[in-house]
Design a protein around this ligand. Structure first.
Ligand SMILES: [Zn+2]
Length: 487
């Protein structure tokens, strides 16, 4: 099958490379997933959304993608939290996996092909550690297994760090049992009250890095096409994954490495209402999942992004413009109206959007191209006095919108619901507004309509002022109906 050519900024080469896959038309893609011991923070959502954008764009470009995103359900932080709460660590982590799946759905994430958990991949993890031990890359001290970093000649090739430059032991005391300060844990013996699994080295549990190497091998094979994670994972996590996988499998681990930048907090003093909204769940409940996804997709994944009110405000405006356009297009009467210029504009927008997403997954670039089409459409069709749009032209635009929607997850078929969420978000952001319930607003608008019908202008003006104070704008439509939104 034919696939579109894509370029990807590869952190292994520090350059934008043509994306060649091991097997034509197929992609083996691994993204490091969350550790589940609490509700996820909005900062965690950026890696999730970026992983999903890459997955969607590869699919929309014609690739068959085998996408693995793991859950770390065995970890020090999980055990610590579970002990504080007096619950079983695996029960606690499963609870937060379920919560995370809800968050992922509200962020419009497509389900990955595989979502393995550490607790269910234990045999494969133990097998890989055994292979590393057999090949001489791992050694055992008191039931603890370490990876001996100096034996892996390519160590540092991703992060460009050299073993001799790593300043261990300056601030953190080095475990004296390690042969080299850079050596890291593959398997640790169980302590009292911790979950443990039987292994050739006694009961214990794996170190963090080995899980991703073992899961990638289990679901994707020895060599994969693309590996993604947050930039904070590049060292030591991804460097250690490479060391483990390449030593155990005897081949390159991943041909391309992508890292998303951070979401910066604290660059601006936030209003109290927004400053407190720090989990994905609280943001989604107060604003909406569409808004959080849009915010996180509004900067290129390799750019740092500030969490500010203006970023949120801009995202709300953009989502509204996208969905008002979609609504107007769907609801516009069909007529004979079309011209070659219109078809050329749609075709040109489509090729520009495809070019942007193929260029290192440039989603903001694609959105900006779509806005050019929206401006053209508004000028030629909405602001003009002529009626309607031809069926053929409308269906060309709808097909482009569906492509944009599948590649970015930023346009929703249920535009009415999204526009309601936008209204709610504006209300939440509008701190100074007097709060009125939707029912009260509807009643006031009805009263105003009646006042106008009976030519009671004083009452009509009084109600308009009251709505205005609450930050509500009422629009009277030519057909006698009305709509309202928050300023
Ligand atoms: Zn990982």
């Amino acid at each position: 099958m034919s696939v579109k050519e894509i370029t990807v900024y590869n952190n292994l080469t520090r350059s934008k490379d043509k994306f060649n896959t091991l097997e034509k038309g197929k992609v083996k893609f691994y993204s490091c997933g969350p550790t589940t011991y609490d509700l996820l923070h909005v900062g965690n959502a950026r890696a999730l959304v970026v992983g999903d954008l890459i997955f969607r764009i590869l699919k929309a470009s014609g690739y068959e993608v085998n996408f693995v995103r793991n859950f770390t359900d065995v970890d020090d932080k999980i055990i610590e939290r579970a002990n504080e709460q007096g619950v079983d660590p695996l029960v606690l982590s499963q609870k937060y996996i379920d919560e995370c799946l809800l968050d992922m759905a509200s962020l419009n994430l497509l389900p990955a092909t595989h979502t393995p958990k550490v607790s269910e991949t234990m045999d494969e993890i133990i097998d890989m550690i055994k292979t590393l031990e057999d090949k001489g890359f791992a050694y055992v001290v008191d039931g603890e297994v370490f990876y001996h970093v100096p034996l892996f000649k390519d160590y540092g090739k991703l992060s460009l760090k050299k073993i001799e430059d790593l300043q261990f032991g300056k601030r953190v005391e080095v475990d004296s049992r390690k042969k080299n300060p850079c050596d890291f844990v593959l398997w640790k013996p169980a302590k009292e009250g911790e979950p443990s699994w039987d292994s050739p080295w006694g009961a214990g549990r794996p170190g963090w890095h080995i899980e991703c190497s073992a899961m990638a091998k289990t679901f994707l094979g020895d060599e994969i096409d693309l590996h993604h994670g947050g930039i904070d994972l590049m060292f030591p996590h991804h460097e250690n994954e490479i060391a483990q996988s390449e030593a155990a499998n005897g081949c390159t681990f991943s041909d391309h490495w992508c890292h998303n930048e951070f979401l910066n907090f604290g660059s601006e003093k936030m209003s109290k209402s927004l400053g407190n909204v720090i989990t994905i769940r609280s943001f989604v409940e107060t604003y909406s999942g569409e808004i959080l996804r849009h915010i996180l997709s509004s900067a290129h994944y390799r750019s740092k992004m500030d969490w500010t009110e203006s970023v949120i405000d801009r995202a709300i405006g953009e989502i509204e413009r996208l969905h008002v356009f979609y609504k107007e297009l769907m609801e516009m009467p069909r007529s004979e109206r079309e011209s070659q210029k219109d078809f050329d504009q749609v075709a040109s927008s489509r090729s520009k959007i495809e070019a942007e997403i193929s260029n290192d997954f440039n989603v903001p670039g694609a959105t900006s191209e779509l806005f050019s089409l929206i401006r053209y459409f508004n000028r030629e069709f909405i602001s003009s006095c002529k009626e309607g749009i031809s069926e053929k032209l409308a269906s060309d635009i709808i097909s482009l919108l569906k492509f944009y929607s599948s590649a970015t997850g930023l346009l929703y078929q249920n535009y009415e619901q999204v526009l309601r969420h936008i209204n709610r978000a504006r209300k939440a952001l509008c701190e100074s507004s007097e709060t009125l319930t939707d029912g009260e607003v509807e009643q006031l608008i009805k009263d105003r309509k009646e006042a106008r019908a009976s030519k009671d202008w004083a009452k009509s003006d009084q109600i308009r002022d009251k709505l205005n104070e609450a930050g509500i704008v009422v629009k009277d439509n030519p057909d006698g109906t009305y709509s309202w939104h928050y300023k």
